[in-house]
Write a protein that binds this ligand. Structure first.
Ligand SMILES: [Zn+2]
Length: 318
């Protein structure tokens, strides 16, 4: 039986059909209808129909969907999605009705963790922590091949805990030679969740970009900051240095609580070399245990980890 995975993102929807052996049979990426729940259902149903036709499987393929939020075990409705138009809807039931077969739904960071634990950068590891560093910042935990969702489907919601050990540091003035000003990480930037200083506001792509803008007055994307740093630009390098230290502090909390066998990074920032060059040492410095040497690896399946994990929701996650 083929397995279809759908990665329902805020800006794009990706669909992938996998064979029993995990080979990609068909794949398609479409742009996501924003702020329109009905159009989102129709888009996912259309994508599944296209994949069905493409693979021509004799039996209907299973369908798993990764979303940037969770289904509340209490209400059965989506909560905590930064694609806010999904919140408050019974997305699994509505998709099941729209597609005409049972649909399994799971948080996208949990899908990343499941995919990488199954046959990716965490294969063979018992405890896997995976984090998405992209437009947002999610986390997922897989132990012995099973997603740990928790009582409230809140396990791994790491991006909305506060930045640990906030720093007060002297920063250069806005123009060279115009003195210094103090930069305080408290209370931190406002987060869409209603609080201030969430990890997500510091270590996501927009978090890194905003930090660079606060320091320099220039508006660039995170990818542009990284490219500038690679060309030797001092302020951009300093922004990456702050980013890696904040990420290390956030991950030290994960190690102190869970001590995973591997940390896997996915999402748009996960290919940035500074993470793998500087993060391991910085992480070790912030952890309570003096001998931490947790491997930190990019997602082996890259951008496809979320959609692969969604497809694997059927055989692996019962
Ligand atoms: Zn938040």
């Amino acid at each position: 039986m083929a397995r279809i995975g759908i990665d329902l993102g805020g800006t794009k929807i990706e669909g992938l059909a996998l064979s029993d052996q995990g080979e990609a049979l068909a794949r398609r990426r479409i742009s996501a209808p924003r702020d329109d729940y009905g159009a989102t259902l129709a888009a996912v149903a259309g994508l599944v129909a296209w994949l069905d036709a493409e693979i021509g499987a004799p039996a209907p393929a299973s369908v798993g969907v990764g979303i940037p939020g969770v289904l509340s075990p209490l209400t059965g409705l989506v909560k905590n999605a930064n694609s806010t138009w999904l919140n408050g809807h019974a997305l699994d039931r509505d998709l099941t009705a729209a597609i005409g077969r049972p649909v399994r739904l799971q948080n996208d960071a949990n899908c990343l963790a499941l995919s990488e634990a199954a046959d990716g950068a965490g294969a063979g590891c018992r405890t896997v922590f995976a984090a998405i560093l992209g437009t947002g910042c999610g986390g997922g935990v897989v132990v012995d091949g099973r997603i740990i969702t928790g009582r409230h489907a809140a396990a791994g919601e790491w991006g909305h805990s506060p930045l640990p050990w906030p720093q007060l540091s002297e920063a250069p003035g806005e123009e060279p030679g115009v003195g210094t000003r103090m930069e305080d990480e408290r209370p931190g930037p406002a987060c869409y969740c209603g609080r201030r200083g969430c990890l997500e506001t510091w270590i996501s792509g927009p978090g890194l970009a905003d930090d660079y803008t606060r320091a320099t007055g220039r508006v660039l994307t995170a990818v542009e900051v990284a490219a500038l740093a690679a060309s030797g630009d001092g302020p951009a390098q300093a922004a990456l240095d702050r980013h890696v230290d904040r990420l290390a502090r956030g991950l030290a909390g994960v190690v102190n609580l869970l001590d995973p066998d591997v940390i896997i990074l996915g999402g748009g920032l996960s290919n940035m070399p500074h993470l793998y060059e500087r993060l391991p040492r910085r992480l070790a410095a912030w952890c309570f245990s003096p001998d931490v040497a947790t491997p930190i690896r990019p997602a082996r399946h890259g951008d496809s980890s979320g959609v692969r994990g969604a497809a694997w929701l059927w055989p692996i996650q019962r």
